[in-house]
Every structure is written in structure tokens, then in C-alpha cells.
Ligand binder design. Structure first.
Ligand code: ASP
Ligand code: MG
Length: 453
């Protein structure tokens, strides 16, 4: 039985975190375990900021020294006999990053290739240090970098697609480190056929771990974090949020896509081919079950969670008369050619509304204006998207009615609505100022009074 364990950046920071990880692994010495790591906490952001500063010809060393310090702090926790080799390795990698930053400063702009290279160094540093940390604590471990083990991609910088069949063929043999040796693999990126490093996009380590689980035919993928699992709502907003103990693949995917920041939305798909079980686990409560995600829906509740995306925009294309039949096609082409993802679509005979990330708003509007003729394009930037994720919602017509009457009673104005055909999601757009109130009143009604669950 093989388990892939992804160790998130949120639990790669303090001495205490590392101790907990070692303890958890020591209690599982008889299992075949493969580890995939994120960068140490905060490091990817710091690398991105360092590069930004370099491109602006500002002093990048302030942010970069923070990167250096975080890794030196981790290094200081190693036993003396492990320190020297790790320090040499660390210094070599830090020097490589620094020379990339220096070059970006000279040329005032970094190529997409350099950007991916800089951003993914966090994982390369962390895989090395985590492997040393495990060895220093009496476990056997070996670090592997994605570009050396056949984590092949299509070469698209910043949003690479994995070549899954190739990965399956190559990766398993390349991470065979010997009996009882735990491979510690870099998450977040792969490399194209020429060896160029290409990232899967922010938060992509979960996805890497799922791809590795798929390639190995692993029975389970565990995502180790500092939270208990999926919750009924973001606990920062809803203090009474409860753990969602079980989800199906589809439900977890939906929650990931619609804003519950627990997993990268692409993580679920690679698990389907082997029916692997996904577990979200809290490193501070290693024996708690967390959330378990499997092929079938194991949750009896009809409303599972309320997710949201705060910073979105709503763009509406409307026509004084009926929309022409080709307008929708033109709209989707224009937005997709501009590289923009759509969250929600809501249509009527005279208008089509879409929601997207707020930062993409102006770009989307100008793409639409240049490809549509008659229609008017209007947009709102201070709006948020809320998704109520559940199951069988279409068969329970009262649920949609209940959602909107609760919101109406609380004087929330709904700007656009969409319900997906799989009947597990009702999404709607509200003004950003109404976001908190909306989530709280829905949560209170569905989870605290429990009428519908
Ligand atoms: N370190 C990367 C990020 O912060 C990837 C990850 O953590 O999943 O986006
Ligand atoms: Mg992450």
C-alpha cells in the first residue's frame, strides 16, 4: 500500500512543525510513503516579490534575505553531521536564485522562463531541507526534483499541463530510492521535454502530489495542513463552521473550484483513475480523521458548504433587442483568447453576464468591446461570488427558494444567479459589502439551525 503525503507550506515553518512531521512519519514506519513538499511558509510570495523588485531595479535583497533567513532557520535545526552538506547545497541554490535576480535587474524584465525558475526554487530548497531534516531525525529520506524524475509538462510557463501518460511511464522507477527510504519530491512544477522548468500555477503542489499518486497507483493521497479539513464555511467569517467529514470527488472538486481554499481544484481528477482516497489532515491532530474524499458521496447532508470568492467582477453584455445567436460564441471566444477564466455565466434573451477575477476585469471588457459590435458592455468591480455546494439540489426545489428568501430577508441584492446541471451548486453574485452578511445568514440557517440538513 502506497500513500502520497503532501506537506503544505503552512506547516513548514517552525521547529514545532518539523517535530510533528517527524513524529507522524515515525509512527508509520511500515508503510510505503512518498512525500511531496511545498515551499516553506511564505517563501513563494517572497521570491515573487524579490523578482518584482529586481525588475523595477529596486533593492531586492530585503525580500531575498527573508528567503535566506527562513532556510537558515530550518538548517539550524539539523544535527551537526547533516548541517555541512545541507548548507553547501542551500548556499549553491541561493546563489543561483541571486544570479537570476541580478540578471532580471539588468534587463528590467524577467522572461516567463526565468519567472518560473525563480518561483519554483522554494520547492527545491524545501525538498532538500525536509529530506535532511528527516535523515537528521533518524529516518531515511532522499530529495528529488521534478525535472529529474520525469514530471513532464507541455512547456507552458506559469500554467503548465502535465503529460500524464508520460509521467506514469517514467516517474515510478526514478523515485525508487531503496528499501525504507522516503522520497521527498518537489511540488508545484514539472519540466518540458527540453528540461525547462514550468510551474502548475499558484497552489500547484496539491496537484503535483495527485499526479504522483496517480503515477504510482497510490491508494491514498494525504494533504497535511494546519486546518482540520473542508469546513461548512470559512472559519474566519463563520465562527461556528463545522467540519465536512466526507465528500465525493465531484463535491470536493466543486468546493475547490468555487473558492474553498483547501485544495487546488485540479487535485481531484488524477485520483479518479485509481479510485484513490483523498484525506485532508491536520498535523496538530494526526489521529483525527479530517475530511475524507472518495469516489462516492458519503455525506447525507443536502447542503455541504458555503464557499466564496471575494474579489471578482461582473461583466454584462446586453443588447437593446434580442441577442443575436452568435453573440454568446463571440463573447466566450473573446474572453478565452484574452486568457481569462469565467466563474459564473447567467443568461437571458437580452443579456449575458459573466463573472471573473477582479484583476482580469478591464482586460475582459476591452476584449469584449473590440469583438462585439452592437451590444453594450457594462461591468461592476466591487462584487463577490458565493456558491452553496450541496447535492441533489434540483430534486429539492425548496433549497433554492430558501437560499434566496434568506438573502432577501437580510436585504441582500442578488446580481446574477447560476445553478449547474449536476445539481450540486447554486452560485450567485452579490455586492462585496454584502458578502459577510450573506455567508453568515446562510450558514446560520443551514448549519446552525440545521433545518435543511
Ligand atoms: N509554493 C507554491 C505556492 O505558494 C505552490 C504550493 O504551495 O502549492 O503557490
Ligand atoms: Mg499550498
Amino acid at each position: 500500500m502506497t500513500s502520497v503525503l503532501k506537506i503544505g507550506g503552512s506547516i513548514l515553518s517552525s521547529h514545532g512543525d518539523f517535530e510533528k512531521i517527524v513524529l507522524m512519519l515515525k509512527s508509520r514506519k511500515n508503510e510505503r510513503i512518498v512525500i511531496v513538499v511545498s515551499a516553506l511558509k511564505g517563501v513563494t510570495d517572497l521570491l515573487i516579490d524579490s523578482l518584482k523588485n529586481a525588475e523595477l531595479r529596486n533593492d531586492y535583497s530585503i525580500k531575498f534575505n527573508e528567503v535566506r533567513q527562513k532556510h537558515y532557520d530550518a538548517l539550524s535545526q539539523l544535527k551537526p553531521e547533516f548541517k555541512e552538506r545541507a548548507k553547501k547545497n542551500l548556499d549553491g541554490k541561493l546563489a543561483e536564485i541571486e544570479s537570476l535576480l541580478e540578471k532580471a535587474k539588468e534587463s528590467k524584465s524577467a522572461s516567463p522562463k526565468t519567472r518560473d525558475l525563480v518561483e519554483t526554487f522554494g520547492e527545491r530548497l524545501s525538498a532538500m531541507l525536509v529530506a535532511e531534516m528527516l535523515s537528521s531525525n533518524g529516518l531515511k529520506a532522499k530529495a528529488f526534483e521534478s525535472q529529474d524524475i520525469g514530471m513532464l509538462t507541455d512547456g507552458n510557463y506559469g500554467k503548465a499541463r502535465p503529460l500524464r501518460d508520460e509521467i506514469k511511464k517514467t516517474l515510478p522507477a526514478r523515485i525508487n530510492a531503496g528499501d525504507g527510504v522516503i522520497p521527498v519530491i518537489t511540488g508545484f512544477y514539472g519540466a518540458d521535454i527540453k528540461g525547462n522548468i514550468t510551474s502548475f500555477g499558484r497552489g500547484g503542489s496539491d496537484y503535483s502530489a495527485a499526479l504522483i499518486a496517480e503515477a504510482l497507483g497510490a491508494e491514498s493521497l494525504e494533504l497535511w495542513k494546519d486546518v482540520d479539513g473542508f469546513l461548512s464555511a470559512d472559519p474566519k467569517l463563520a465562527k461556528n463552521a463545522v467540519l465536512v467529514k466526507a465528500l465525493s470527488y465531484d463535491e470536493a472538486e466543486e468546493l475547490g473550484v468555487f473558492g474553498a481554499k483547501i485544495i487546488h481544484p485540479k487535485t481531484v481528477n488524477p485520483l479518479r483513475s485509481n479510485n484513490a482516497v483523498l484525506k485532508i489532515k491536520n498535523i496538530s491532530k494526526p489521529h483525527a480523521e479530517g475530511t475524507i474524499v472518495g469516489p462516492e458521496s458519503a455525506n447525507a447532508n443536502s447542503i455541504l458548504s458555503i464557499a466564496f470568492k471575494k474579489e471578482i467582477c461582473l461583466i454584462t453584455v446586453r443588447s437593446p433587442e434580442l441577442l443575436e445567436s452568435g453573440t454568446a460564441a463571440k463573447l466566450f471566444n473573446a474572453v478565452s483568447n484574452a486568457g481569462i477564466n469565467i466563474d459564473l455565466i447567467s443568461t437571458s434573451e437580452t443579456g449575458i453576464s459573466i463573472s471573473a477575477k477582479r484583476q482580469d476585469c478591464r482586460k475582459a471588457v476591452s476584449a469584449l468591446k473590440s469583438s462585439l459590435d452592437e451590444e453594450e458592455v457594462i461591468f461592476e468591480e466591487k462584487v463577490s461570488l458565493i456558491s452553496v455546494i450541496g447535492k441533489g439540489m434540483r430534486e429539492k426545489p425548496k433549497i433554492a427558494g430558501k437560499i434566496f428568501s434568506i438573502l432577501g430577508d437580510n436585504e441582500v441584492n442578488i446580481k446574477a444567479i447560476s445553478q449547474n446541471a449536476f445539481e450540486n451548486n447554486i452560485s450567485f453574485v452579490v455586492e462585496e459589502k454584502d458578502l459577510e452578511k450573506s455567508v453568515l445568514c446562510l450558514h446560520s440557517e443551514f448549519f446552525e439551525k440545521g433545518e435543511f440538513n
